[in-house]
Design a protein around this ligand. Sequence first.
Ligand SMILES: *Cc1c(COP(=O)(O)O)cnc(C)c1O
Length: 226
Amino acid sequence: MNDTDSIERLKEVQASVKRSAADYERNPGSVTLIAVSKTFPAEEIEPVLAAGQRVFGENYVQETKAKWLSLRERYPDVELHLIGPLQSNKAKEAVELFDVIQSLDRPSLAEALAKEIAKQGKTPRLFVQVNTGDEPQKGGVSPAEVDAFLEACRTKYGLTIEGLMCIPPAEDPPSPHFALLATIAKRNGLKNLSMGMSADFDAAIQLGATYVRVGSAIFGTRPKTD
Ligand SMILES: *Cc1c(COP(=O)(O)O)cnc(C)c1O
């Protein structure tokens, strides 16, 4: 995929996000597009930055460091979201690198992040990931446990949680998962919902997404895994 393609696709996705917001009578400014650049090298991200996109998602700490330290020097107003699983021993680097961490999903990680936040005096915005399909291989807090986990984040770890994130099971229709995430957010007084990817961001916007995470529809098909 060449640069012209990715810029064109970015514009199409931006327009679709706006259109979906309008269709569902949402304020277009209430939905933020996260361009998911995992696996794509800095050279392929740069044209998308040059075209004006500033909010990006990455899945891996090491890859983010390798690509974004220099990109960020040129585009200091970039906002980076960690959307992949985070090991507690990478909490330090994650707090250093990311503006938003969306994959908080267990007490040990909450503890590690709280410690780093205090140490670094830098506070990334935090989302709790919910495993809406209760899939054993997937990260995220079970819906049955999420209220208690959110409470522990606040009271035990002193963390401010700003929203929820989910990745519906690949084989399910996504809408019931999006609706469940919205319900959990509402009863916990959380405003932000990170849900919807290339194939289903329209449905996510219908059900209240404030962040959609779109990779392949902008950057093209990723080589193999994930
Ligand atoms: C890779 C990834 C995306 C983007 O997926 P696409 O289908 O390429 O849009 C979104 N969210 C998460 C958590 C991801 O890992």
